[in-house]
Design a protein around this ligand. Structure first.
Ligand code: 4NP
Length: 163
């Protein structure tokens, strides 16, 4: 069976997309579906390439049982648009930046993460980098809701395909 290949994208790949990767891994693990998924994250820029996630992101994720300490930041590459089925962006600026570089054939792979949590009164995961810890906790609230929604949608699509 083909795996679902999901790439989470933000600006720097040290705050939001690493938390999204970690939370989505946990959601998928808890559903017993880890073997069906390939999950990664990347940034639009390379300022922090090779670095671990921001210590505030690590600490905030840890309080929710998510260990992201082993991740290393990287910049998105053109091959990612081939290698992944969905490119899931944290905010509108990420979407615009992705649309500037996406090969034509992969345009349909770009998604806005919070579209998977339409009940929330947010459509972006705000960048917590220049704020305090509270921004990371708020980002995680949004990320947890959207991660559940993303898995639910993928499983629903599968049920439709199998029917
Ligand atoms: P992220 O946050 O996009 O959620 O990883 C940021 C991290 C670093 C920078 C900007 C945003 N920066 O400009 O270095």
């Amino acid at each position: 069976m083909a795996k679902h290949r999901i790439l989470f994208v933000c600006l720097g790949n040290i705050c939001r997309s690493p938390m999204a990767e970690g939370v989505f891994r946990r959601v998928v693990d808890e559903a017993g579906l880890a073997r069906q998924f390939e999950i990664d994250s990347a940034g639009m820029g390379d300022w922090h390439a090779g670095e671990s996630p921001d210590h505030r992101a690590q600490a905030a994720a840890q309080t929710r049982g998510v260990d992201i300490s082993g991740q290393a930041a990287r910049k998105i590459e053109l091959e990612d648009f081939d290698d992944f089925d969905l490119i899931v962006a944290m905010d509108g600026a990420n979407i615009a930046d992705l649309e500037d570089i996406v090969p034509q054939a992969a345009r349909g792979k770009i998604r806005r993460f919070l579209d998977y949590a339409p009940h929330l009164d947010h459509d972006e995961v705000p960048d917590p980098y220049y704020g305090g810890r509270q921004g990371f906790d708020q980002a995680l609230d949004l990320i947890e809701a959207a991660a559940e929604g993303l898995l639910a949608e993928l499983m629903q699509d599968k049920t439709k395909k199998d029917a």
